[in-house]
Ligand binder design. Structure first.
Ligand code: CDP
Length: 211
């Protein structure tokens, strides 16, 4: 059986939390596609100012290895910003496409979260969720998360990073962040993580029933 759950949304909306919980509940493997872009972004930071030239960025993406995705410093704001800068480059997105599609199409089902899963990677996904929350709530959540991970950062900087990354993700030409016509939107602004997961699971179960 193939059953694809595509989860998209802006920065720090709770996609990861929902994707992980849904994957656990349905016993599907989960791919956080943001990690792929963060992995290439980290390489770009370490390389040079020419990292954002398409041919060089493409090579950095080709060089990405599974072990790169296990680094414990991929969640920093610096890497997130670099990720969003390499994510505008079509050559980079092209390199990462097959891996994501193959993951999605494995037997037994799959959950993928990112920005373009329901629109470009898996337009034929069985379920598409679009997770949102107000920019302020998202920045508060990300600020708490970074603080808990020991990062010293001001709330104002987190807010600025989240807003500028969203803008770059929404305005790029290659696979911009947009809601798919057939996506089910969940605004998590006033939901607890548990409640948001519950809404997602109920919706997926409905889709299952109507298969
Ligand atoms: O966790 P958060 O929502 O802040 O970010 P992420 O999902 O880890 O993604 C980091 C960056 O990678 C995003 O801001 C996008 O620029 C890029 N990305 C993308 O372009 N397409 C995806 N499918 C996933 C991430």
């Amino acid at each position: 059986m193939k059953f694809i759950v595509a989860i998209d949304g802006p920065a720090a909306a709770g996609k990861g939390t929902i994707a992980k919980a849904v994957a656990k509940y349905f016993k599907f493997p989960h791919l956080d596609t943001g990690l792929l872009y963060r992995g290439v972004g980290k390489k770009a930071l370490a390389y040079s100012r020419t990292s954002y030239y398409p041919e060089i960025a493409k090579q950095l993406a080709l060089d990405l290895k599974p072990v790169d995705l296990e680094a414990n410093d991929l969640r920093t704001p610096e890497v997130a910003k670099a990720a969003s800068k390499i994510a505008v480059i079509p050559e980079v997105r092209e390199v990462l496409l097959d891996f994501q599609r193959n993951f999605a199409n494995q037997e037994g089902g799959a959950v993928l979260d990112g920005r373009d899963i329901g629109t470009v990677i898996c337009p034929y996904a069985h379920v598409k969720l679009f997770i949102t929350a107000s920019a302020e709530i998202r920045a508060i959540r990300r600020y708490e998360e970074l603080k808990n991970n020991g990062l010293e950062i001001s709330f104002e900087n987190v807010m600025r990073d989240v807003v500028s990354r969203d803008k770059r993700d929404q305005e790029r030409n290659a696979s911009p962040l947009i809601i798919a016509d057939d996506a089910y939107e969940i605004d998590t602004s006033s939901l607890s993580a548990n409640d948001a997961v519950g809404v997602a699971i109920d919706h997926i179960n409905e889709k299952f029933k109507n298969l």
